[in-house]
Design a protein around this ligand. Structure first.
Ligand code: ZN
Length: 128
């Protein structure tokens, strides 16, 4: 199962929680686990606050400090900062399913993290 995500800028956190819940309902799974996997080397996935949009902006800012876009990298493609951020944030999440939806805290959402957009991306889902 795949969710397609279209990013609109170089760095963008996109809340995909409702899309994940749609897929779970369509799959008819009431209880279980959902693995989310990002098959890209310059994108990632994370779970964090979805209530205040400034939180994702602050995370983006902190990651920019850790891995500035230009920093004397060797990788010829010129997007090493995006590769580094992808590794720091991670390519997968495992979440519980209850009542045919993802179990999340009140303030949590699942974010697809674009670090080298704009691009069309994929999120793979496996439920069991
Ligand atoms: Zn590259």
């Amino acid at each position: 199962m795949i969710i397609t995500v279209k990013s609109l800028s170089r760095t963008q956190f996109i809340d995909i929680t409702s899309h994940v819940n749609d897929k779970i309902r369509k799959a008819g799974i009431e209880t279980g686990l959902c693995m989310l996997f990002i098959p890209h080397t310059t994108a990632a996935i994370t779970i964090n606050e979805s209530a205040d949009p400034n939180v994702k902006k602050d995370i983006e800012m902190a990651l920019d400090k850790l891995a500035p876009w230009d920093d004397g990298y060797r990788h010829m493609e010129g997007n090493s900062a995006a590769h580094i951020k992808s590794t720091l944030v991670g390519a997968s999440e495992l979440v519980a399913i209850e009542n045919s939806q993802i179990v999340l805290g009140t303030w949590q959402g699942i974010f697809f993290c674009e670090f080298d957009g704009p691009r069309t991306r994929k999120v793979h889902l496996k439920m069991f």
